[in-house]
Design a protein. Structure first.
Length: 481
């Protein structure tokens, strides 16, 4: 009788199992309850016999001290604050502290206790983070090309190549990527301000009339920014000399373009016993006589020589002056520029990259002489001046927005700019002529209108900053560890 194949296979398996049990009993090893094999888990596919077909596995060697896992976790970084859904890390805060500390030491400023400096800078970082988040939520996004342009412009202002500028940034202990992120944050808030605040500010003719009427009848008022380098009257001569040298350094910074408000902010953030800041509008009888004497010859934006008082050395900057029949907006000869432009706006059909590319092509073709600027303005500009070939006529200083005016002033007669962003869109600008003229009634009213627009914009922006900070969810963890 022929035995089926399946029966023969089953018999072979049982024989192997019996043989494995016998060997296990002879060697003293416990047999597996199901298969009789040792060392292999139930359900394993191997029929190997321990001690015959495989070598026993050696016991693991004790871990060396170098390879042993640490008994406690190593802290790499930690969160020091949460602003809405974003975190500020200890590494970011320490980096900010290091940068500010080096800058202030280079200016001869005595640093406050480390914890106070840390607290002040963390609060500033919280406020900036809240502003940037709010600006992004409102639709503000900055692309890499825009950041590249901003970095290149900053490097050019410092008379450096981008590579040299990057090396300087990294020598200060700041990664270039971190610097680019900071620039992106500043641009995000700046673009939001241009779009949502500056472009919506309106100044009526009646507001101009009221301001000019007040100027004629009001007492003289000054708005002064000040920094005090404290030094007592009885201080030794060497300390007085050091304080005077520090004050003179601050004066130089103010006069060479360093933003005076930023200098004041940096000093205040260190906990320095700074007396001053922005005084606000005050009549001359509410200001120290030595202040009035120092700032009276100044125009808005100018910085006086250091002034000595019993409290120390004061550095004073004229922010604004009013009244007494004096007007800073219509005194003396003024510069006029005849300018034309091409304006293209970003919209659903043309993104920012496309607009910049189009204007760059127009500029290149115009410089090459293959097309006429006026013809290109009539064809492409969305401004009301398009019908006149983009000609804006004669404009005074302050008649245009800051971005436009800065680019216009940097051009030679006949020169065409690169694409320039303003709250209204992107411009190509060409200067046709320049002249100096006495201030007219129209000029005074125009400059007054710009002054009031700037004041309204600053007030509205500060209101927005306060609103954003008050709405933000902030959780501090600086003292947690």
């Amino acid at each position: 009788m022929k035995i089926p194949l399946t029966v023969r296979l089953l018999a072979f398996v049982l024989a192997c199992a019996s043989f494995s049990v016998a060997l296990a009993q002879l060697s003293g090893a416990p047999a597996n309850n199901l298969t009789g094999t040792t060392g292999a888990p139930a359900g394993g596919a191997s029929f190997a016999t321990p001690g015959l077909l495989t070598s026993p596995r050696p016991a693991p060697a004790p871990a060396s001290a170098a390879n042993r896992l640490p008994s406690e976790p190593v802290l790499v970084d930690r969160i020091v604050a949460i602003v809405n859904a974003e975190a500020i890390t200890d590494r970011e805060l320490r980096q900010k502290v290091d940068v500010v500390s080096r800058r202030l030491r280079s200016q001869g400023v005595t640093l406050p206790p480390p914890q106070e400096l840390q607290r002040q800078l963390l609060e500033r970082m919280v406020s900036e983070a809240a502003q940037q988040q709010a600006a992004r939520e409102a639709g503000g996004r900055i692309d890499e090309v825009t950041i590249d342009r901003a970095v290149a412009r900053i490097a050019q202002d410092a008379q450096l190549t981008v590579a040299q500028f990057r090396a300087r940034i990294e020598a200060d202990g700041v990664s270039f990527q971190t610097f680019r992120q900071e620039i992106a944050g500043e641009l995000t808030v700046s673009r939001f301000r241009e779009r949502e605040i500056d472009s919506r500010i309106q100044v009526s003719e009646s507001e101009v009339d009221v301001y000019l009427a007040e100027q004629k009848t009001a007492a003289i008022e000054f708005n002064i920014a000040q920094i005090l380098v404290p030094i007592g009257e009885d201080a030794p001569a060497d300390k007085v000399a050091n304080a005077r040298q520090q004050a003179q350094g601050i004066v130089r910074m103010g006069r060479t373009g360093t933003d005076f408000a930023r200098i004041v902010s940096n000093l205040a953030s260190t906990g320095e016993p700074v007396q001053g800041g922005i005084t606000g509008m005050r009549t001359v009888d509410r200001l120290p006589a030595l202040f009035v004497e120092a700032v009276s010859p100044l125009k808005p934006g100018e910085v006086a020589d250091e002034v000595r008082s019993p409290a120390g050395f004061h550095i004073l900057k004229m922010i604004e002056r009013r009244g007494g029949g004096w007007s800073d907006v219509g005194s003396g000869p003024v510069k006029q520029t005849r300018v034309r432009h091409i304006l293209i706006r970003v919209n659903e059909l043309n993104n920012e990259t496309q607009v910049i590319r189009r204007l760059t092509e127009i500029a290149d073709r115009t410089r090459g002489g293959s097309v006429d600027f006026a013809d290109m303005a009539r064809q492409y500009s969305v401004d009301g001046s398009a019908g006149q070939g983009g000609d804006l006529g004669w404009v005074y200083q302050g008649d245009t927005v800051q971005e436009f005016e800065r680019a216009m002033d940097a051009l030679e007669i006949g020169q065409i700019s690169e694409p320039v962003r303003s709250p209204f869109g992107f411009h190509l600008i060409q200067v046709l002529e320049r002249r100096t003229d006495e201030a007219s009634t129209d000029r005074v009213r125009s400059a007054t209108r710009n002054l009031l627009r700037t004041r309204k914009s600053n007030e509205r922006f500060q209101e927005w900053v306060t609103e954003v900070r008050d709405r933000a969810y902030v959780e501090y963890r600086l003292e947690d560890q």
